[in-house]
Ligand binder design. Structure first.
Ligand SMILES: [Fe+2]
Length: 479
């Protein structure tokens, strides 16, 4: 964890990070902006990345009105369209259509994991406005940011909620994801750390990003159906609402920040350019469509191969080759899986418990118990079961042969828990190195330095931690 520095202390020196361009990675700069307080040089690198990104989207069309006065009608038309599409989806489901997004539980968990780089920096594009909270023309943007931070409440902070979601389903730590998945999060962070240069683009990005998308409604519905906590997504359906929520606020903010002095349309052109930055990177639907369960099983096995190679007895042979030998060549996992299937160790399209391979991974006396994460087990489980996995069964509740068990929805499960008197989970807060530094330093600072320290603690790297939550509450005037 990065230790809080007072505004007059120099930022610790780190190796310079390159500006991501075609062929270079997004992750290093994403990491500097998401998990640290970046140096001036890193912020400039992020600004350069944005200038390039704006050029990349320059030729794309946007659907914003030609004049800001059309914003409310534009927002309402979007809501009507999305509601109509969602009603059609619900009617289709009622008539027996399959889920539109998630084939099975593994697919839904894959989605949660792969969108994590964006969700873990939720709201960050507005961070730079905190330092300008005194300017009432920006107050809707500041309010939106603080609401993303859950007003400093432990169980309302959006990033903290997403972290808890990943932890609940064994999806963390989120490492080894394709680099392209960090691009959209990097756009958001780069805006947040460069508000001074990109205010109209931030206004435009916020405008487009805060409008209710259809995928949010369908995702919430299907996660719940699969027994997965949909709260993070449901929260965004309510928070983005067109009446009083972020969608409306984004329109008001765009009007408030617009110059009163004639600028020849420059502000609005830049707002529209910023709105298109949300199109960069891998979209929600791209992530969902990118799921191929066989490829995911192969990737999981290839990741495990180096640590498994040498851990098996040479008597373990599959298709005439020792398991150690198979695992010594991670690229050979498709052939290894085919050999396991051919030799009867894996029986596809049957309950996973029928496969000897699965019995090694899961169960009280499984020899490889604990080797695979809950997510990895779910993927292998659903891959073995094949089409039957549409029932959404959890890997540790393997359905008996021929049974038609249906996954209880998340909400039904919660109601049953409440009826049985189970207490809701509450994570302990309060013990934290940054919080200790903050509490020692904050009372002795003058008002301007206090404000600077609060703003620093509300940065993307810290706002979801104990010190960030406390700073957010102080920022709002709480004692
Ligand atoms: Fe959010």
């Amino acid at each position: 964890m990065y230790a809080l520095q007072s505004p007059d202390l120099p930022i610790s020196a780190v190796a310079p990070v390159d500006c991501p361009r075609k062929g270079t990675a997004f992750f290093p700069l994403y990491d500097r902006l998401a998990n640290h307080i970046p140096s001036d040089q890193e912020r400039e690198t992020a600004a350069e990345f944005l200038r390039q990104a704006l050029q990349d989207v320059a030729q794309q069309e946007d659907d914003l009105p030609d004049d800001p006065s059309g914003l409310t009608a534009w927002m309402e038309a979007n809501v009507q369209k999305v509601h109509g599409q969602y009603q059609a989806y619900l009617e289709g489901r009622k008539a027996g259509s399959p889920r539109r997004y998630f084939l099975n539980r593994a697919h839904a968990l894959y989605f949660l994991r792969n969108v994590a780089p964006t969700k873990l920096v939720d709201g960050s594009w507005l961070y730079g406005l905190c330092a300008h909270a005194g300017n009432s023309r920006l107050s809707d943007l500041v309010t939106t940011y603080v609401e993303e931070l859950g007003d400093g409440l432990d169980d309302k902070n959006h990033v903290k909620l997403y972290r808890a979601l990943l932890e609940t389903y064994g999806l963390d730590p989120v490492g080894e994801l394709p680099d392209a998945l960090y691009q959209q999060g990097l756009v958001q962070l780069a805006l947040g750390w460069n508000a001074q240069e990109f205010l109209p683009e931030i206004v435009g990005f916020n405008l487009a990003y805060e409008q209710l998308p259809l995928h949010l409604l369908i995702t919430s519905y299907e996660l719940n159906e699969l027994g997965i906590d949909p709260y993070y997504f449901v929260l965004h359906v309510t928070v983005d609402n067109a009446d009083t929520g972020h969608a409306k606020r984004a329109c008001v903010a765009a009007l408030d920040a617009a110059p009163r002095i004639d600028d020849d349309g420059d502000y609005w052109r830049r707002v529209r350019a910023g709105a298109k930055l949300g199109n960069l990177g891998v979209s929600t639907l791209d992530v969902i469509d990118g799921f191929d369960i066989e490829n995911e099983v192969i990737a999981i096995m290839a990741r495990k191969a180096p640590s498994g190679n040498g851990a098996h007895s040479d008597f373990c042979k599959v298709a005439g080759r020792s398991v150690n030998d198979w695992l010594s060549t991670p690229d050979a996992m498709p052939e290894f899986l085919a050999a396991l299937e051919k030799s009867g160790w894996i029986k596809r399209n049957q309950p996973a418990s029928e496969s000897r391979f699965w019995q090694l991974l899961q169960g009280e006396r499984a020899e490889m118990f604990g080797v695979f994460s809950p997510y990895e087990l779910q993927v292998i489980h659903d891959w073995i079961r094949g089409p039957d996995s549409v029932d959404g069964a959890k890997f540790d509740k393997d359905a008996a042969p021929g049974s038609q068990t249906r996954q209880r929805s998340f909400r039904v499960e919660q109601r049953l828990k409440a009826a049985r008197g189970a207490a809701p989970d509450r994570s302990a807060a309060g013990l934290d190195t940054d919080l200790e530094i903050f509490e020692q330093r904050y009372p002795s600072l003058d008002p301007a330095a206090k404000r600077d320290l609060l703003v620093q603690a509300m940065s993307p790297a810290l706002h979801w931690t104990p010190v960030g939550l406390k700073a957010t509450r102080l920022f709002l005037g709480a004692p």
